[in-house]
Design a protein around this ligand. Structure first.
Ligand code: SAH
Ligand code: SF4
Length: 358
């Protein structure tokens, strides 16, 4: 068991239900008490041991001295002008800051589909030139508890508007497969059916293409969705946008993706940030069609969102339409992602903790 201890207390948000049960057993309490505590944490979402009514007093004492429920404090909060997107800058125990976004999408039938966009790292080591997080560099991995606390934070925001969380996308700051173990541990906690019960099919993990991580996922039993950020279908173009792509050329990446679809019998979503004149050309669309030929794939096209240190322009409407038409000719389904929160820099790739610890 890997218990993460901070200032001599165990952050209970780091633990799966099984680990919490083992911890309480070490302290001499049966599974009944672990189940009760788990329910307080994730069903009732109580954040203070003192406020848990039926907790045994002796257990409360132990928890108060040896355990904690580390909350993330709000350093800043902004709402988009259309009211759909809420971004919070959250401060971690060591002063690092990360961003979490709540997006209210409308489902096909018009019902709200609240989505939490969560971070897995403070900063990112992958260095994609068009991404605000990549531009800030890497600070550290987040713990499972810090990932879980972001979702709980969003749940609290939603409860205030009488709504509940449906989807989680790991598309905030950082590269989830570079922080594989902590991300998977957080997913286990979030999907626990006696806790928050987020359906795995409503979780999307997005990767820039960390090949060893995709291979591990191919052998993994967790049924969430996988999204792979491609952005270019030829090595030279891809490496110009994503420095880490030099380590895993397209042939290797596609081989890992094939392994994933073959073993998991699951579709992969490929993300493509459309940058005018760079990767929105008919040549790239044809190359993409060929690259994904015969694969169970869906392409998500994201017109570039502005960031401070990259002066590319989003693809024009006509280029986007032409790009989609070429993909359709290759029998490749695609969607243009709804733009959300651009005015508060909470769109894809715009997250950047402005006052991150230097
Ligand atoms: N590190 C992961 C997940 C976080 S980024 C990944 O790269 O997949 C989430 C998505 O936002 C990725 O597809 C990423 O390429 C995209 N993105 C990054 N910067 C962007 C920008 N400036 N405009 C539009 N999309 C961007
Ligand atoms: Fe990291 Fe993803 Fe941004 Fe690339 S796009 S720098 S992998 S967060």
């Amino acid at each position: 068991m890997t218990l993460r201890e901070q200032s001599d207390t165990i952050n209970l948000y780091d633990l799966t239900q099984e680990q919490l049960t083992a911890l309480l057993a070490d302290w001499g309490y049966s599974g009944y008490y672990a189940a009760q505590l788990w329910s307080y944490l994730y069903r009732e979402r109580l954040t203070d041991f003192a406020a848990m009514p039926a907790l045994r007093e002796d257990l409360r004492q132990i928890l108060t001295t040896r355990a904690s429920l580390q909350q993330l404090s709000i350093a800043a909060a902004t709402d988009s002008s259309d009211g759909y997107t809420h971004k919070v800058l959250l401060r971690l125990a060591d002063g690092q800051t990360i961003e979490t976004v709540l997006m209210n999408f409308e489902g096909r039938d018009g019902t709200p589909r609240a989505t939490a966009c969560v971070s897995t790292q403070a900063g990112c080591a992958m260095g994609c030139i068009f991404c605000a997080t990549g531009q800030m560099g890497f600070f550290r991995h987040l713990t499972p508890g810090e990932i879980v606390a972001q979702v709980l934070h969003v749940q609290h925001m939603l409860a205030a508007q009488d709504d509940t969380l449906r989807n989680i996308v790991f598309m905030g700051m950082g590269e989830p497969l570079h922080n594989y173990d902590n991300t998977m541990q957080a997913i286990d906690i979030l999907t626990d059916h006696k806790g928050l019960t987020i359906a795995p099919k409503h979780i999307t993990v997005s990767t820039v293409g960390v090949v060893p991580g995709i291979r591990r996922l191919a052998a993994d039993k967790r049924p969430f969705r996988l999204a792979v950020s491609l952005h270019a279908a030829t090595d030279a173009e891809r490496q110009a946008l994503i420095p880490i792509a030099k380590r895993w050329p397209l042939a290797e990446l596609m081989d890992a993706c094939q392994e994933y679809t073959a073993r998991r019998k699951r579709r992969i979503f490929f993300e493509w940030t459309l940058i005018a004149g760079q990767n929105d050309t008919p040549e790239q669309a044809h190359a993409l069609g060929q690259l994904l030929q015969g694969m169970d794939a869906h392409v998500n096209l994201i017109p570039l969102n502005p960031t401070l240190e990259f002066d590319g322009e989003p693809a024009r409407e006509t280029a986007v339409q032409q790009f989609q038409a070429i993909l359709a000719n290759h029998n490749l389904p695609s969607t243009v992602r709804q733009r959300r929160g651009i005015d508060i820099a909470a769109g894809c790739g715009q997250l950047r903790a402005a006052n991150s610890k230097e």
